[in-house]
Design a protein around this ligand. Structure first.
Ligand code: ADP
Length: 247
């Protein structure tokens, strides 16, 4: 089998030019295998969200190929995009509901996922009654209830305060260890990228292309204290250096 066939997601020589003439991406190649967690960092406007939209099939590549073998893909946005009139549990139930699951089954699935994200006591609350971090937990529970083999994250923690953000990184890593989906994660935070990923791709300013591909060696789960180690500083330094050279 070729690399492309074994990968959950493979991009080969992908370019994207919008009808407006904006060249968002040029010659992007990458592969994401089961159990990989790859982050993409790059300056604003370099095409990171476009890359995710290509991976999800929301956009079509202008050149090159996007190959997805994932049976189920989920997408987590910076805005939790919850339905305000539904409780936390009913927001998570939405996906199994749309797939025709019975009431009992979807209730059980939602309860399981809310427990996994630490929100058991909040199942009957509406989004406006929840903090920003809790709303993001509901959004992640909703994404994982579909048992995705590919999970796409578009700066999910970008709007959270620093303490909540660090907690959410630890939580997401715990869920990743448990579920082992292939993750593609967009972020502006170099330390977030290094902490979460086994690979960090650095993109140049627009038109975006991959200018560095940095492997992160540590096994999961990683302790929160890893962030304060010299080896962590060395790796974040390498990513920042590549970013600085190409923005
Ligand atoms: P990033 O996520 O890295 O900030 P985006 O992928 O959102 O970057 O956008 C990359 C470039 O493509 C930007 O210049 C943006 O204005 C442009 N762009 C994004 N979507 C569209 C679209 N639908 N039509 C035209 N231009 C777009």
């Amino acid at each position: 089998m070729t690399t492309t066939e074994t990968a959950t997601l493979a991009l080969d020589g992908v370019g994207k030019t919008f009808p407006t003439g904006t060249v968002a991406l040029t010659d992007v190649s990458m592969a994401l295998r089961p159990g990989d967690f790859t982050s993409v960092v790059g300056p604003s406007g370099c095409g990171k969200s476009t890359l995710l939209r290509l991976a999800s099939g929301l956009e079509q590549a202008t050149t090159g190929t996007v190959h997805v073998t994932a049976k189920s893909t989920s997408y987590v946005f910076q805005d939790p995009t919850l339905l305000e009139w539904r409780t936390a549990a009913r927001n998570v139930e939405l996906v199994p509901e749309l797939r025709g699951a019975s009431k009992a089954e979807r209730r059980a699935r939602a309860a399981e996922l809310l427990e996994l994200v630490g929100l058991t006591g909040f199942a009957d609350q509406h989004p406006r009654q929840l903090s920003g971090g809790m709303r993001m937990r509901v959004s992640i529970a909703r994404a994982l209830v579909a048992e995705p083999d590919l999970a796409l994250f578009d700066e999910p923690f970008g709007a959270l305060d620093e303490i909540t953000r660090l907690q959410m990184q630890t939580e997401l890593q715990r869920l990743f260890v448990l579920k082992r989906f292939a993750g593609l994660f967009i972020t502006h935070s170099v330390s977030e990228a290094v902490y979460l990923s086994n690979r960090v791709l650095v993109m140049s300013g627009r038109p975006g292309r991959i200018v560095a591909d940095i492997a992160v060696p540590w096994e999961y789960p990683r302790s929160p204290e890893l962030r304060y180690s010299a080896e962590f500083a060395t790796l974040t330094g390498r990513v920042s250096h590549a970013l600085g050279e190409h923005s």
